[in-house]
Each structure stands twice: as structure tokens, then as C-alpha cells.
Design a protein around this ligand. Sequence first.
Ligand SMILES: NC(=O)c1ccc[n+]([C@@H]2O[C@H](COP(=O)([O-])OP(=O)(O)OC[C@H]3O[C@@H](n4cnc5c(N)ncnc54)[C@H](OP(=O)(O)O)[C@@H]3O)[C@@H](O)[C@H]2O)c1
Length: 414
Amino acid sequence: MRNSLFELGDIPPIGTVPEQMHASVIRRERYGPPHQAFRSEIVDVPEVGPGQALVLVMAAGINYNNVWASLGQPVDVISARQRQGRREDFHIGGSEGSGVVWAVGEGVSQVAVGDEVILSGCQWTETAADIRLGADPMTSASQSVWGYESNYGSFAQFALVDDYQCHPKPPGMTWEEAACFLLTGATAYRQLCGWQPHDVRPGDPVLIWGGAGGLGSMAIQITRARGGIPVAVVSDEERARYCRELGAQGTINRLDFDHWGRLPDIGDHEAMGRWTEGVRAFGRRFWEVLGERRAPRVVLEHSGQDTIPTSMYLCDNAGMVVICGGTTGYNADIDLRFLWMRQKRLQGSHFANLRQCRDVIHMVATGQLDPCLSWTGGFDDIGKAHQLMHDNQHPQGNQAVLVNAPRTGLTTLS
Ligand SMILES: NC(=O)c1ccc[n+]([C@@H]2O[C@H](COP(=O)([O-])OP(=O)(O)OC[C@H]3O[C@@H](n4cnc5c(N)ncnc54)[C@H](OP(=O)(O)O)[C@@H]3O)[C@@H](O)[C@H]2O)c1
């Protein structure tokens, strides 16, 4: 007889799958600020299909994509899934986590019940025509973000993943450390090392927006590990200090400038003049911090609409602006003259393939990359943690919540 439900942290005998589980759930009628959108509920444990694994979640990482999920914008993830034929009228987010494999579906041979794993955040169809023809799975038409576009992410007692999302958890790492770094770390790694010939080389100046954030904290360290020179943008002194401690050459406070947002109309000479003055002053500050008059060969972008015009202007001739998000909006302007005359590259980048995930896990396991876990919360803190992220009031680096792991080392969020 199957037990119907276990309490959080009350771990069933290995391999025993209850009928129901606790989950932090978003529903369409609650779309809005994260503190209102997330609610703890009891839902059915999903069936494990061929090629899949059910993982008992120990800890889950907090990321910006579930800020978007809770807002229901720019994508209503529940309706989008229903249009693809899924029946569930709820969303369980969480695109990274750590835990123990609890059940496996037909045909799974590379992971087994009892394996301690770190979960990566993208899924694809391994038999998709483009993958069979050699495409990087991250570029496949079949690719989607687990725990955002697909359901049953890590904000629940059990997560449903494809077997290849399970990576061996290095021994000695706590559950919460293992849960917090892979999404931002591997995304930053692909941005900085995945787009040859613009992978960071020794001596390359690199401009990093949001240096104290999840992506930024990983990007500063990866740039240093490659011999590059990271210059980080922040919005206060505490964040600036944090970036310098991680290895930034120096920082720029973006609040000292006001030329942000979309470009003025090309015919509005006065506004264009003010914008040009602003962006040139920002460029001079970059030189000051770098200590020499060189432009960034790589600009790590994710802030989007407010900063893309500056990124494209500042980027070196034949350099690259590499972007993985649009925190401030996704309707950004580019003065195309700088793109073609100076032969710059604007490169989209999205999470990471499995090789890149393994490289980043290795870097953390061997001490080359600090996971930058700044805060560990409890299961009921999921909404609050996303709300602070939405308001840009969250702690530096990466954050995690404990799901089934013992509740030690919790810190409070103000
Ligand atoms: N495509 C992917 O695979 C992928 C993966 C990870 C993340 N992302 C996206 O990347 C973005 C950042 O993620 P994250 O985890 O690093 O988030 P995060 O920890 O919240 O960091 C974002 C940083 O952006 C900075 N920021 C806020 N408003 C800004 C503005 N107006 N101009 C410039 N910077 C601003 C903030 O730093 P300051 O206020 O100190 O400047 C903040 O620390 C999100 O939109 C996320 O969805 C995409």
C-alpha cells in the first residue's frame, strides 16, 4: 500500500514514492508579485515516463526566471503548456536543485535510484532531427527550460527530470551549495567561453552588468579564471566591495549615470547629444577602472533594454556583446552603424549544454569557482526570495532554499 503523503524533511524509505507531495505552486489566478503568486499546496506526484527520473529534492536554487513565471509575463507558462497538450493548470517552478534519484523510468541506464545529483535546467528531445544532425542541444527546436517552460521543477518534494539532467554531486558539497550555482554559473560560462573566437582570452577586458547578482558573481570569477580582466557594474558600494572581493578589477556605479533606456530618436539632435555625452562619460569611467584606454572585448549582458545601447557602443571593434536576458525589458535599440562599421557581434546565449554544465560543476568542486551562496531559506521562503529578487533587494550572489534537507544553517531574509 502506497503512503499518500510525507511531511517535508520526513524522508521515505529509499525508492518509496508517495501519491502526493508538498509543492510551492503558482496558479493563473494568482499571477502577480511573487509573494502573492507562490503558495504551498499538496499535489499529485507526477508519473515517471521513459527516459525520466524522479528526484527527491534536497535543496532548490532561486532564479530570476520564476520571477517571470509568477508575473505571468512575458509568457503565461501555464497556458503555453496547455496549448501544447499538457493538462496541469498549475506551475511548479525551480530550474536547478540537488537531491537523490528516487525512481527511474523505462530505458534509464546512466543514473540509478540512490544517486546523489545536481540538476541542470534544460530539456530537449534527444532524437530531435536537428540534434541528430549534430546541433548543440541548447539550439534545438525541441529545447525548453525545465521548471519554467516545463513543469515539475525543484520547488517541490519531488522533481521530474530527464535522466541527462542528473549530474553527479561532488562529495563534500552541502545540498544548498550544490543547488544554487549551476543555472547562473553555466549560463555565464557559455556566454564567456562558448562563442569562439570571442571566448575570453588572457588580458581581455570584460564588462559585466549586475556584477553582484547571480550571473555577475559567476562571470567575474570565470573571467578571472580565464585570465581576463572583469569590470563590474553595480548600484551600491556594498555590491561594489563584493565584486572586488570576487576578483573584479574595479566597479562602476550605474546610478552615477542617467543615459539609460532606449535610444533617442535619431532626428532629435539635442536628446542624441545628451545620450552621447552620457555614454562617453560611462566609457571614460570604464577606462579609469581598467587602468588603460581599452574597450571591453566581451560585454556580458542580461539587463537588456536599459543597457544594450551602452553595451553596443562600448564594446571593442570586432568584440562581442553576449546576452542571455532582459531584466529591464526586451525591446532594445541598437545603432546599427556601430554594429557594421566596427564589426561587432551581438550574440544571444541561453543556459548551457551538458559539457558546459559538467565543466562548471568541476570548477566548483575543485575550488576554482565559489558557488557564492549568500542565503539559505526554508521551503516557505520561496515567494519572499523571488519578491526580493523582483525588487532588486535580494542578497548578493546566489540563493537557495532547503526542501527535504535538514533545516540547519537557515538565515533570515530582511
Ligand atoms: N537565458 C538564460 O539561460 C539565463 C540564465 C540565468 C539568468 N538569466 C537572466 O539574466 C538576468 C539576471 O539573472 P541573475 O540571476 O543574475 O539575476 P540577479 O541576481 O537579480 O542579478 C541581476 C542584476 O541586474 C542588475 N540590475 C538591476 N536593474 C538594472 C538596471 N536597470 N540596469 C543594469 N543592471 C541592473 C542588479 O545589479 P545592480 O542593481 O547592482 O546594478 C542585479 O544584481 C535575469 O533576467 C534572468 O532571467 C537568463
